[in-house]
Design a protein around this ligand. Structure first.
Ligand code: 5GP
Ligand code: ZN
Length: 135
């Protein structure tokens, strides 16, 4: 996509601090990191959300995520790592090109506010059945 910032990064038309690249994916440092080492991994081929990607394409993307997360663990030794991937603006997606956040964490950094767990209601079984029948 010609006006997509992450396509431009993948094509090297825009500079990024790239840490990993293979045939289908590229990983670079987030320009506004949540924590030191915050890295983004993207497919080179444009897709807005994971619904537009095949299982093989997602497999390739997450193989790259696994490599980069292991390198972050080795290089920076964070206490924890979040793997985060937003689909749609309601889910917090700002850049409309699939990207996986790898976010190094330390205890008490308060970066990601956890949701408030609620006991499952009566609808749980019905929702599970709807998902199951859609598979
Ligand atoms: P989203 O909210 O869409 O899941 O996350 C988009 C991420 O992309 C943000 O963390 C933001 O800092 C990062 N970002 C946006 N534009 C650029 C850019 O031009 N270069 C880099 N390296 N990161 C970017
Ligand atoms: Zn794109």
């Amino acid at each position: 996509m010609s006006d997509c910032i992450f396509c431009k990064i993948a094509a090297k038309d825009i500079k990024s601090a790239t840490v990993y690249e293979d045939e289908t994916a590229i990983a670079f440092m987030d320009v506004n990191p949540a924590s030191p080492g915050h890295t983004l991994v993207i497919p080179k081929k444009h897709a807005q959300t994971i619904s537009e990607m095949s299982a093989d394409e997602l497999g390739n993307l997450f193989r790259a995520v696994s490599k980069v997360a292991a390198a972050i663990k080795k290089a920076l030794n964070p206490e924890g790592i979040n793997i985060l991937q937003n689909n749609g603006s309601a889910a917090g997606q700002v850049v409309p090109h699939v990207h996986v956040h790898i976010i190094p964490r330390k205890s008490g950094d308060g970066l990601l506010t956890p949701w408030k767990p609620q006991p499952a209601g009566d609808e749980l079984a019905e929702i599970a059945a709807r998902i199951k029948s859609a598979l």
